[in-house]
Design a binder for this molecule. Structure first.
Ligand SMILES: [Ca+2]
Ligand SMILES: [Ca+2]
Length: 211
């Protein structure tokens, strides 16, 4: 706004076009990720989750992950959320160390990239599964009915056989032991919903628990 001494004012608009230059390569949160895998691990199993961030705008900052090591492409895959998964069983023995190289590439022009490595130790010990989040913030719709509506899903890494349990069990909620889907108990007819704090564990075959 511009105002002169007589109090007369005039206003104007300025439009600024922001042009972003792709001057940042995606940056991994760690230069080395470590994970463990049972020698008899069966697919599909989550190994670990990687994250790369890129502060550029739009396509310049959109990150895609690639498994660059030809040798391991048959056995591992990485999705666009950075989840590294075992998709076939490699011939490995206890004590083997596998290095899987992952590249994060943005979609700018020219594209920028960076690489990290996941060090996977092959073990014979039962690996404790762990829930991927230590805290889940879930919401129930106020018009949720009693038909067993799902309110969220828990996921766990580190073991191919995971059983999900609520500790203690809840009257209002049911946690599917196989899928980790948390839903309203269809037998519970109470329509009053408020805040609930539930604790859950991920358990594997041999009942080793975590979280
Ligand atoms: Ca930029
Ligand atoms: Ca970038």
């Amino acid at each position: 706004m511009v105002e002169d001494h007589a109090g007369l004012a005039d206003s104007f608009q300025v439009t600024i076009w922001l042009h972003d230059i792709n001057d940042n390569a995606p940056l991994f949160s760690q230069s080395l990720y470590t994970a463990t895998m049972h020698e008899a691990a069966s697919p599909v199993m989550q190994i670990t989750t990687l994250e790369a961030t890129d502060p550029d705008l739009a396509e310049n900052g959109r990150v895609t992950y690639y498994l660059t090591d030809q040798r391991w492409k048959t056995f591992f895959t990485i999705d666009q959320s950075g989840n590294l998964k075992l998709i076939a069983s490699p011939e490995v023995e206890v004590g083997d160390i596998i290095y899987v190289y992952i590249e994060a590439r943005d979609h700018g022009s020219p594209r920028q990239s960076s690489t990290t490595v996941v060090k996977i130790e092959v073990t014979g010990k039962t690996i404790k599964p762990r829930l991927d989040n230590s805290f889940y913030d879930l919401e129930i719709r106020s018009d949720a009915n009693e038909s067993g509506e799902a309110v969220g899903v828990l996921t766990a890494s580190g073991s191919s056989v995971v059983t999900y349990k609520l500790t203690p069990e809840s009257d209002l909620f049911v946690l599917d032991p196989e899928t980790g889907v948390l839903s309203l108990n269809p037998d519970q007819t109470s329509g009053v919903y408020q805040s609930y704090i539930l604790e859950a564990v991920a358990v594997d075959d041999s009942s080793v628990t975590s979280e």
